[in-house]
Design a binder for this molecule. Structure first.
Ligand SMILES: [Zn+2]
Length: 467
């Protein structure tokens, strides 16, 4: 996901929304020149924006799904129930061709887990095992800790690593740069003979918050247990070691992987009135990590894309092409939903005219990222001008998403991402703090409005968006 976000001032207050007043155009947004070809769509765009931003329906639905089903790890009963709920609720919304597309997914179970400094004075560490990690023996693994700040640092300390627990204490810069320690730290440490790995939480320093997420051991590497540790605990261990003091830690994890089980993508449509075989694909992933309630990652992405379709139906706006919502399964620890969709729809990949994913939260200031040809970008930039009332007129780079990637690659499909503010997103990413309270109703409404307008115009314009 793109981490370079433009700062856009937004004047979208809750009072404005609840009062139902017209939105005031912000003063600091660059609006492209008025494009005449958009004139047939202006009224629809105004209606979609008004319908979305004058109520908090989408936020309440987000609260409902996260309150009722909680976190939704792949293969969990919570996710199964959320999938069933989504199918029934899409049907009651009046969406068409509502169905599940089944796929087998991995089942990883966290179990009980703890870590503590044994010496010097006993001190419980705040940890979260990494997804896919193996467990420890029942009594845990106890060893001295080696602190490294990077993979280069690890290689320089090769003589110190064997039989030890390696703590990767790399400060968070960007997600893209820092997540490599979470995905590959255990593998690198294992290759040098370490018995376990601890990873400083991949996110800005929070309130002693560890961040879970998946790891990859790689072929031929002995899997060792790995956990994320809160930044404050990582810093404490690093300071003790910097003073020359040995630090012994015991790590205990029951984590295990079990046999694959069936899950499903949830699909619902607004069927196109003239070219139903051409598809504008929208979605977020319904699965989450097993901490918090996965509100920002990524229940909100499901809700805002689904809401875009619901608003079209409610306002009687049936576009020329089909708008298809997919609530993806297994984004977090396998991407099986995305790969299964691409395989199932391979013969129709080129019928996808546009694909949008919302998986970066909806925190303000947000933006729309686009990846596609110059010809498509020109048209999308014009469509963006319709979003001036909600401060999203400017289209930035960085379209795409993990779930839409495989089908978009197969069909050379232009891609868009709804990009929430990354600092706010990554502060709670994969943590117990990812709950609905962090998200404001107007942020949800605005995202739904933007996605609805963009999807509607792309689905309605006479010629398909060029590839
Ligand atoms: Zn996500």
């Amino acid at each position: 996901m793109s981490l370079n976000r433009r700062t856009v001032l937004v004047r979208l207050s809750l009072a404005t929304l609840l009062g139902g007043a017209l939105l005031v155009p912000p003063a600091h947004t660059q609006v492209p020149a008025r494009a005449a070809w958009l004139d047939p769509y202006r009224e629809a765009a105004t209606r979609l924006i008004h319908a979305s931003t004058t109520n908090d329906f989408a936020w309440r639905r987000l609260a409902e799904v996260t309150d009722t089903y909680g976190h939704r790890l792949s293969a969990s009963e919570n996710l199964n129930r959320a999938i069933a709920w989504a199918v029934e609720t899409m049907k009651s919304d009046g969406l068409e061709n509502v169905r599940t597309e089944p796929v087998m997914v991995a089942r990883w179970v966290r179990g009980r887990e703890s870590a503590e400094i044994i010496d010097p004075p006993r001190h419980a560490l705040t940890i979260l095992g990494l997804g896919g990690s193996v467990g420890t023996p029942p009594d845990g693994i106890e060893a001295e800790v080696v602190v490294v700040s990077s993979f280069e640092d690890l290689r320089a300390r090769v003589a110190d690593v064997k039989g030890r627990i390696v703590l990767f204490n790399a400060p968070f810069t960007t997600y893209g740069d820092t997540v490599t320690y979470r995905t590959s730290g255990a593998r690198a440490a294992s290759q040098l003979g370490a018995v376990a790995a601890l990873i400083r939480g991949v996110g800005p320093t929070g309130l002693r918050t560890p961040h879970t997420g998946s790891l990859q051991y790689g072929q031929g590497v002995a899997p060792i247990p790995a956990a994320s540790v809160a930044a404050e605990d990582a810093d404490r261990i690093a300071r003790l070691r910097a003073r020359g003091m040995p630090v012994r830690v015991r790590l205990t994890m029951d984590a295990r992987s079990e046999a694959d089980v069936e899950s499903a993508n949830v699909v619902g449509e607004v069927r196109g009135r003239e070219r139903p075989q051409e598809v504008v694909l929208l979605g977020g992933h319904l699965d989450s990590w097993d901490v918090g309630t996965g509100a920002s990652d990524d229940a909100v992405g499901c809700i805002v894309t689904w809401e875009a379709a619901r608003l079209m139906m409610r306002l009687g706006l049936r576009p020329r092409r089909t708008v298809r919502i997919v609530l993806w399964t297994n984004e977090e620890n396998g991407l099986r939903g995305a790969t299964a969709y691409a395989a199932k729809h391979a013969a129709h990949a080129a019928d996808h005219v546009f694909a949008l994913e919302s998986d970066s939260g909806v925190f303000e200031p947000a933006s729309l990222g686009f990846s596609g040809s110059a010809a498509a970008r020109t048209l999308v930039r014009d469509i963006g001008s319709l979003l001036a009332p909600i401060s999203l007129a400017e289209i930035v780079g960085g379209g795409g998403g993990a779930d839409i990637g495989p089908i978009a690659q197969a069909g050379n499909v232009p891609m868009m991402a709804y990009l929430g503010n990354s600092a706010r997103y990554f502060a709670i990413h994969h943590t117990p703090a990812d709950t609905v309270e962090r998200i404001a109703p107007e942020e949800v409404s605005k995202a739904a409005a933007a996605i609805a307008v963009m999807a509607y115009v792309v689905a309605e314009m006479p010629e398909r968006l060029p590839r």
